[in-house]
Design a protein around this ligand. Structure first.
Ligand code: HDE
Length: 752
C-alpha cells in the first residue's frame, strides 16, 4: 500500500477539497497493516477470543466473551462507510450548492452523521451514575452443593465469568471519583443457568429500612432542586434534614462518615450484599446468608484533605487506578464469603435479619469463604459495556433466593423498571454485555430494538404446533422459589426490632480505632459545617447523642455548639449490648500484596544522584510498585555524575496527592533547586500531612527542613514513616521505607 504516514495521514482527500479540484473524483486510500503501523495505530482488536457459535464455550476460554465477540467492531484496515454500509468518499466536507453556497438537504451522509451524534447520550443512572467496570472470573474453592445448588459453587476450581461495576452514588456521570460517598459494588455472574447479579455496596448496611423511602432519600442527597447544588456531596441541608428525621439511618451515617466513604482505590474496598439472602440446595433446604467481598489488596482509604484535592488533580483517580492496575497485569482479587445461618438462629439474634440497617457481627456468625474473584480484563468500549450494563437484583439463579427484607423486595421491582427508560425498552437483555452465556428461549416477543429473529409461528405456551417447546424446566432444573410458609395480616408497618436504631451504630463506633473515630468526628464536623440551618445541625447532634457521648461532644465542639438532649428513642435499647467487633475496623485488613501498585514519586532536579535514583527506581519496580521520576518540568535533568535522567512527569501535573509515598534522593544542587519550587515544598508538606511514607537520602533531608516538615512525631519519638533522615545507609533505609509503604500510612503524625 501507499505510505499514509508520509503523505496525507488520515485524510487522503485533502488535496481535492479546495476550489475547482472539488469537482474531480479523488482516489481514496487502502490501509495495509504496515501503513497502519507507520501511522502509529496500536489497534489490537483482531485478537478477540474464540467464537462460540453453538453457545457452548470451548474449554479454557472465557464464555463471557461470547456475546461480546459477536459484535466487536474493529475498523483497522477498513474503509469508512455510512450505517447502511455505503462507502463514504469524503468525510470532511458537507455537500454544498456551490463552494460558498448553502448545504443541500439531500446530503444524507451529513444528516445521518449528525442525527446519530444528536442521539449519542442515554439518560444516566438515577443513582450510581459515575462508575467504572472490568471483566474477570469467579473461581470456587470447592463443591458447596450442600449449601446451594447455584452453579458457580458446584465444583472445586469452577470458573464463572463476571463483569463488575464500581460506582459512586450521588454524583452525576462526570463527577469526581474521590468524593465522600458510598460506593456501589455490582457483580454480574454469567452462570451456566443464567445471569446472577449481586448488586451490593462497599458498606454492609443502608440508610433506610423500606423501599418506600428510597425516592425521598435520593431526592434529599442529590443536588438541591432550586439551584442544583452541591454536586456529588451529602454535605448540605436537605440530606441532613432528612436523615436526622429518620433515625434508622444512624448506623449507616456512621459508616458513611468513616474512611470507608473515601477509599484509596476500588481495589481496596470490601463489598457487601447488604440484605439477607437465601441459599437453597438441591434438596430444597434453605439457609439465610449475607455476602461479603474482601479485597486481597487490603482495605485502604484516603484522608479527607487528600480526597478533596484529588477531585481537582485527577477526577478520574479511581477509574485510572483500576484501569492501570489491570493493564499492568496486577489483577485485583476479592474473596467471596458468606455468613450462613438458619431461620431458627436468626430468631435468636437481638436484631431482625430482615432489617437492612443491621449487620450480622462476624463474632456471631463467622465468614465461610466460597471462592475468589479476579478482574483481569478492561472493557473494550466504555459505553457498550460499562454504561449499558444493567444490573438487576431480580436476576437470581436456581440456588439463590430472596429474603423478605422490605428494601430488597422494592429493589426487585426497581432495577428492571429503571432499565426500560435508561436503555430504551424491554430488550435490554439482548445488549451484548447483558446477554447471558446460556441460550434464551421463551415466548416474549417484539418491542423496541428487538435483535432476536424468532422462527416459527408459535409464540405461546401451551402449544401443540411446536411440540410444546420451549417447555417448562420443572422443579428439578428450573428456578423454584423457596416455599416459605406465611400466614399473616396484610399491613403497612415494621417489625418490633426495626425500632432499635442505635445499638449497632454504637457497636460500629466502639469497634473503630481512635484514629478512625477521630476521622468520623471530623467528617460529621465538615458536613454539618456546610449545613446552613442550625436546627438541622442540632437535630443531628441529638441523634449522635444516642450513639456515643464522646462523638456527639467532639462534633458539637467542632461546630461551636452544645450537645442537645438526645432524640427520643423509639424503643428501649435491647439487651445485650454488643462487644466491639474488630472486623469492622478498616485498619484490620492490611492486605497481602505488599507494595504492589503503590505509586512512589522520586523528586529530582539538576545535580541529583542519578545512580541512587536508578537503584531506588529498580528496587521499587521489582516489588511491583509504580515509581515515577518527578521534576519541576518535563525533559531531562543533568545528574551529579554528568549523566542525563529522563523526567516522567512534572510536579504541576503530578502533585503529591496522586502518590502514596515520596523519595528525595541525595544531590545538594538538586535539593537547593527543589527548595525554590513551591510545588516541591507543597509536595513534601502534603506527603507529611497525609501521613505517607517519606524517604530522604543525604542532602534530601534538607528539603524537609525547607518545607518545615518536623523531623520527629509531636511527642518527640521517631516517626516510623520518615526514613533515611538519621543517616541510615541506602539499603537499610529503602527496606524500612518499603515496609512503611506496605502498611500504607502512619497516622501517628496526623494533626488534621
Ligand atoms: Fe440501588 N439502584 N436502589 N441500591 N444500586 C440503582 O439501578 C434502588 C440500594 C446499587 O453499577 C438503580 O440500574 C432502590 C441498596 C448499585 O449499574 C435504581 C433501592 C444497594 C447500583 C436503584 C436501592 C444498592 C444501584 C439506578 C431501595 C446496596 C449501581 C440505575 C429500595 C445493596 C449498579 C440502575 C450499576 C443502582 C434503585 C437501594 C446498590 C434506580 C429502589 C440497598 C451498586 O434502580
Amino acid at each position: 500500500g501507499m505510505n499514509l504516514a508520509a503523505e496525507m495521514p488520515f485524510n487522503p482527500n485533502k488535496p481535492g477539497e479546495h476550489g475547482e479540484a472539488a469537482r474531480t473524483p479523488q482516489a481514496g486510500a487502502t490501509a495495509e497493516p504496515e501503513t497502519l503501523a507507520a501511522t502509529g495505530s496500536t489497534s489490537t482488536e483482531n485478537a478477540v477470543s474464540a467464537k462460540v457459535g453453538s453457545g457452548v464455550p470451548p474449554i479454557g476460554t472465557n464464555p463471557g466473551n461470547g456475546p461480546l465477540d459477536r459484535v466487536r467492531a474493529d475498523s483497522s484496515g477498513q474503509m469508512l462507510t455510512t450505517n447502511q454500509g455505503v462507502p463514504v468518499a469524503d468525510n470532511q466536507n458537507s455537500l454544498k450548492v456551490g463552494l460558498r453556497g448553502p448545504t443541500a438537504m439531500e446530503d444524507f451522509i451529513l444528516r445521518e452523521k449528525l442525527t446519530h451524534f444528536d442521539h449519542e447520550r442515554i439518560p444516566e443512572r438515577v443513582v450510581h451514575a459515575r462508575g467504572s467496570a472490568a471483566h474477570g472470573y469467579f473461581e470456587a474453592y470447592k463443591d458447596f452443593s450442600d449449601l446451594t445448588r447455584a452453579n458457580p459453587f458446584s465444583q472445586a476450581g469452577k470458573r464463572t465469568p463476571v463483569f463488575v461495576r464500581f460506582s459512586t452514588v450521588a454524583g452525576e456521570r462526570g463527577s469526581a471519583d474521590t468524593v465522600r460517598d458510598v460506593r456501589g459494588f455490582a457483580v454480574k455472574f454469567y452462570t451456566e443457568e443464567g445471569n446472577w447479579d449481586l448488586v451490593g455496596n462497599n458498606i454492609p448496611v443502608f440508610f433506610i429500612q423500606d423501599a418506600m423511602k428510597f425516592p425521598d432519600l435520593v431526592h434529599a442527597v442529590k443536588p438541591e432542586p432550586h439551584h442544583q447544588m452541591p454536586q456529588a456531596s451529602s454535605a448540605h441541608d436537605t440530606f441532613w434534614d432528612f436523615v436526622s428525621l429518620m433515625p434508622e439511618s444512624a448506623h449507616m451515617l456512621l459508616w458513611q462518615m468513616s474512611d470507608r466513604a473515601i477509599p484509596r482505590s476500588y481495589r481496596t474496598m470490601q463489598g457487601f450484599g447488604v440484605h439477607t439472602f437465601r441459599l437453597v440446595n438441591a434438596a430444597g433446604e434453605s439457609r439465610f446468608c449475607k455476602f461479603h467481598w474482601t479485597p486481597l489488596q487490603g482495605t485502604h482509604s484516603l484522608v479527607w484533605d487528600e480526597a478533596a484535592k484529588i477531585a481537582g488533580a485527577d477526577p478520574d483517580f479511581h477509574r485510572r487506578d483500576l484501569w492501570e492496575a489491570i493493564e499492568a497485569g496486577a489483577f485485583p482479587e476479592w474473596e467471596l464469603a458468606v455468613q450462613v445461618f438458619t431461620e431458627e438462629q436468626a430468631e435468636g439474634f437481638g436484631f431482625d435479619v430482615l432489617d437492612p440497617t443491621k449487620l450480622v457481627p462476624e463474632e456471631l456468625v463467622p465468614l465461610l469463604p466460597l471462592g475468589k474473584m479476579v478482574l483481569d480484563r478492561n472493557p473494550d468500549n466504555f459505553f457498550a459495556e460499562t454504561e449499558q450494563v444493567a444490573f438487576c437484583t431480580a436476576h437470581v439463579v436456581p440456588g439463590i433466593d430472596f429474603s423478605n427484607d422490605p428494601l430488597l423486595q422494592g429493589r426487585i421491582h426497581s432495577y428492571l423498571d429503571t432499565q426500560l427508560t435508561r436503555l430504551g425498552g424491554p430488550n435490554f437483555h439482548e445488549i451484548p454485555i447483558n446477554a447471558p452465556v446460556t441460550q434464551v428461549h421463551n415466548n416474549q416477543r417484539d418491542g423496541m430494538h428487538r435483535q432476536a429473529v424468532n422462527r416459527g409461528r408459535v409464540n405461546y405456551e401451551p402449544n401443540s404446533l411446536a411440540g410444546g417447546c420451549p417447555f417448562q424446566a420443572g422443579m428439578a432444573k428450573g428456578f423454584t422459589t423457596f416455599p416459605e410458609r406465611i400466614a399473616e395480616d396484610k399491613v403497612r408497618g415494621k417489625p418490633e426490632l426495626f425500632a432499635d436504631h442505635y445499638s449497632q451504630a454504637t457497636l460500629f463506633f466502639n469497634s473503630q480505632t481512635p484514629v478512625e473515630q477521630a476521622h468520623i468526628a471530623n467528617a460529621f464536623r465538615f458536613e454539618l459545617t456546610r449545613v446552613q440551618v442550625p436546627a438541622v445541625r442540632e437535630r443531628v447532634l441529638a441523634l449522635l447523642a444516642n450513639v456515643d457521648a464522646t462523638l456527639a461532644g467532639d462534633v458539637a465542639a467542632g461546630l461551636g455548639m452544645e450537645v442537645p438532649a438526645p432524640l427520643p428513642l423509639a424503643t428501649d435499647r435491647p439487651a445485650p449490648e454488643y462487644e466491639p467487633s474488630p472486623a469492622l475496623s478498616l485498619l484490620s485488613r492490611p492486605g497481602e500484596t505488599g507494595i504492589k501498585t503503590r505509586r512512589v514519586a522520586i523528586l529530582v532536579a539538576h545535580g541529583v544522584d542519578a545512580a541512587m535514583v536508578r537503584t531506588i527506581y529498580d528496587s521499587l519496580l521489582a516489588d511491583g510498585a509504580v515509581p515515577r521520576v518527578v521534576a519541576s518540568t518535563l525533559g531531562k535533568v543533568k545528574a551529579k555524575d554528568g549523566g542525563m535522567l529522563d523526567v516522567e512527569i512534572s510536579l504541576e501535573a503530578g502533585p503529591s496527592v496522586l502518590y502514596d509515598a515520596v523519595v528525595v534522593p541525595d544531590g545538594e544542587d538538586a535539593v537547593n533547586a527543589l527548595s525554590r519550587d513551591a510545588h516541591a515544598l507543597d509536595f513534601v508538606r502534603e506527603q507529611y500531612r497525609h501521613c505517607k511514607p517519606i524517604l530522604v537520602l543525604g542532602a534530601g533531608a534538607g528539603l524537609l527542613a525547607k518545607a518545615s516538615v518536623p523531623p520527629a512525631l509531636p511527642d518527640g519519638s521517631d516517626d516510623p514513616a520518615l526514613l533515611g533522615a538519621h543517616g541510615e545507609d541506602l539499603k537499610q533505609a529503602l527496606a524500612a521505607f518499603k515496609e512503611a509503604l506496605a502498611t500504607h500510612r502512619s497516622f501517628a503524625r496526623e494533626t488534621d
